[in-house]
Design a protein around this ligand. Sequence first.
Ligand code: DX5
Ligand code: ZN
Length: 217
Amino acid sequence: QRTPLIAPSILAADFSRLGEQVVAVPDADWIHVDIMDGHFVPNLSFGADITAAVNRVTDKELDVHLMIENPEKWVDNYIDAGADCIVFHVEATEGHVELAKYIRSKGVRAGFSLRPGTPIEDYLDDLEHFDEVIVMSVEPGFGGQSFMPEQLEKVRTLRKVIDERGLNTVIEIDGGISSKTIKQAADAGVDAFVAGSAVYGAEDPNKAIQELRALAH
Ligand code: DX5
Ligand code: ZN
């Protein structure tokens, strides 16, 4: 059995005390950093300077999710900001393998993500170039949306291919993960779970992480 990784999304944190909110989740495995540009997705979040500020207050790995157009133009900023893994959207680039190779050449893990409507099949042959895949279980752009269970079919496909080929690619699920949905995602083969509102909307964010992890086992 895999050890579930929990990645709280600071998109759901109180930005007026972001540093404290990052420090308030000592049991997090990674900190999930959602970058939205108002173009690839309709919403706007924050950029590389805030990412660097988060990196200054924690030793935890930053899992940076780029929901932006032209990711190749911006990855260096996030590498410099201290990202440990950079995940871009396949819909936003023509050269997903080249971009992954570039990110890895800088000593940073590379990942791709797909919108709910994008099939996984076209990308299965390229998995060896990626350390992580984020399966979106909501339409990217906003926290607090409802989990789309049909997206778990992509997780099952990925789990099978990754295991058959003996790859180390981590399967992460993002969107609507809560105490009600995490178990079905874990059963489908997810390794890492993003949780925004389920963590930062809780009275005790760190306790929420412990509870989620227990349910994912
Ligand atoms: C959505 C973001 C998610 C979001 C998840 O576009 O990629 O990471 O913060 O938020 P919850 O867990 O509230 O669905
Ligand atoms: Zn995300």
